[in-house]
Structures are given as C-alpha cells and as structure tokens.
Design a protein around this ligand. Structure first.
Ligand code: I3S
Length: 144
C-alpha cells in the first residue's frame, strides 16, 4: 500500500495518493466521481494527477519511491501533468460531515473560486497529516 509509505515533507511540498472528488464547481453542485489521485501540495497549489489503476498503480509507486529516496523538492514526479489544480489561498477546510460522504476520514476543501472537493484515504494518520498540511498552507498564505 503506497499510502503507508512516508514521503519527506517540507512546509511547501507534500505528496501522496489520495481519493478525490469534486462536489461543487464554480458554485454549482456536480456529480461525485471518486478517483485515486497522485496529489502534490506545492506552495499554495494543490495538484491532482490521475493515477490510473488506483493507488497501487506503478506510476504512484515510482513517484513515491523517487520522492522518498531523492527528496526532490521541485520535481513533479513522472506522468505528472496535473488533471486539475486548486489554489488554496482564501480557501477553507474542515472534516466533512456524515451527510457529505459515507466514507471515513473525509476532508472537505472549499476554494475561493467556488470549487468544493472531498479528499479521502482509508489511512487515518495519513489523512490527518494532509489535514494539518492543508490547514497550515491556508493560514501561511492567508494575507496573499
Ligand atoms: O453523496 P452520494 O450521492 O450518496 O455519493 C455517492 C454516489 O456518488 C455514488 O455514485 P453514483 O450515485 O453515481 O452511482 C458513489 O459511488 C459513492 O461513492 C458516493 O458516495 P460516498 O458516500 O462514497 O461519498
């Protein structure tokens, strides 16, 4: 399970495999579509890359390995073209209430642009780390 590996973290760089779905786009509700995503937090940006074949795909595994052995801070990983990117500046996060999802450990992220995402993993300490990193990022960039 690649999500149980611990890549290095710096305040501005974090990565890993997360389950993600949009629930609102530009203020409009959209249909959920949970996908496993190679996720990179870089500065105030959160980048999602589709990780085909789920969290155990070789691409995610190779990315995790590269991150954890080389500690490359500006490297986006292989096959790293982001599927979509959200800017955390001016956003907010909280733990999703039960009516938002039946899944465990779900983070609800709202952006200033009116996009709402759910971010989830079965690994609770992993999700807790992401919750903290996202909260820190939002407060670090609060005045930008
Ligand atoms: O909030 P919802 O609508 O109950 O979310 C579930 C559905 O989106 C479902 O897809 P379809 O209704 O398109 O078949 C998904 O498969 C579920 O994963 C969604 O719920 P959870 O509770 O897993 O977020």
């Amino acid at each position: 399970d690649p999500s149980s590996l611990k890549p290095p973290t710096s305040p501005s760089e974090k990565c890993g495999v997360l389950n993600v779905t949009k629930i609102t786009e530009h203020g409009k509700k959209v249909r959920k579509n949970w996908t496993s995503s190679w996720t990179v937090l870089r500065g105030s940006l959160l980048l999602f890359t589709k990780s085909q074949g789920g969290g155990t795909s070789w691409v995610s595994s190779v990315n995790l390995l590269l991150y954890s052995t080389l500690e490359l801070s500006s490297f986006g990983g292989i096959q790293s073209k982001p599927e979509f990117t959200v800017d955390l500046r001016g956003g907010s996060i909280e733990w999703a209430s039960k009516d938002k999802s039946s899944k465990k450990h779900v983070i609800e992220l709202k952006t200033r642009q009116g996009t709402e995402l759910l971010i989830q993993s079965e690994n609770d300490s992993f999700v807790n780390d992401w919750y903290r990193a996202l909260t820190d990022t939002i407060s670090t960039h609060a005045w930008e």
